[in-house]
Design a protein around this ligand. Sequence first.
Ligand code: ADP
Ligand code: MG
Length: 385
Amino acid sequence: MKIHEYQAKELFKKYKVPTLENGVATTVQGIEEHAARLGYPVAVKAQIHAGGRGKGGGVKIAKTAEEVTAAAEAILGMTLVTKQTGPEGRLVKTVLVEQGVAIKKELYLSIIPDRATATITIVASQDGGMDIEDVAEKTPERIIKVPISTITGIQGYHLRRVMFGLELEKPVMKEFGAVLKNLYNLFVDYDCSMVEINPLVITAEDKIIALDAKVDIDSNALFRHPDVVAMHDPNEDDPIEAEAAKFNLNYINLDGNVGNMVNGAGLAMATMDIIKQAGAEPANFLDVGGGANAEMVENGFRLILSDDKVKGILINIFGGILRCDILAQGVVQAAKKVALSVPVVVRMEGTNVEEGRRILSESGLKLINAKDLSDAAKKVAEIVA
Ligand code: ADP
Ligand code: MG
């Protein structure tokens, strides 16, 4: 679960990762009041669950009360488009106001789990700031990675490897080491799947401060973190994903145009792979579940159809506990209720497959039968091409 920068900074405070004095507001007046209290300059920062805000006009430095008002009016209520939001952007409803600081150096620092080495890995660079993706692409040697075994936890030599890799100067080392250790503890204690500070700055007075803060917490661990659950912002939910959650469906919105409905997460992953192999892109991941009933299939089908991106649908079901006839009933029910506007390719095998095929063929719906998985992928790819 992602949280906002201001919420991540609350966790940072708790773990003694230094941040600046700040305030959160949802009105222009609120922003002005915080700025007056904090003193100028201030940074006025849009709070959305996506990075790249600075480049999209969602972060402004204001040196006077007039500039604060102008920044507040520009940012509050804007639809902020960044590299990470997609072209539709996000509506800004909440703004963080914080002290402005004179920056000597911008570092990049993050902690992520690395599945390949089964470690918690620190990723850092002295080329922090807004273009870390470019650094990774053009000068990957400027990015250092330090893996940490979860058995030893973070040790002095890990800290030193990061600090020497960043070519830090002596006066900031002690503080940097403490900050990194605290951040690691936060990562572990809160079951994070990512903690990222970009930039972590060294100020003109050689102080270390987290200017940005991104924290992502493993949703499977939320039962241990009621304080994080309370940070949930429904404004940031994908509307189709929120609808899916109500029906207990595992749905993830993706960028492509092939809607797909599959039973079982493993089969769903394989289906997405095979769609890509056929030259198309999946519009979603949807696992209707092994024990789905006709109603769940209907709900899933409606969700897929509510997505404008979808130009073709692939239904790939291996009938086990979810029998093919039940699936067929769900598809027919849903198709009758909503205007079926896109072609549907069906690949179905397993329990009661003949009965399932009979229901579909007698339904009068225009469905395209596939003889196997690769045939199904090929057919749906041709449709959306
Ligand atoms: P994003 O990564 O979404 O663009 P950041 O919080 O990193 O947002 O802000 C973008 C840039 O704005 C930072 O790299 C930094 O240079 C500047 N900035 C952000 N907060 C402050 C602040 N409090 N004082 C001075 N500059 C800031
Ligand atoms: Mg940033």
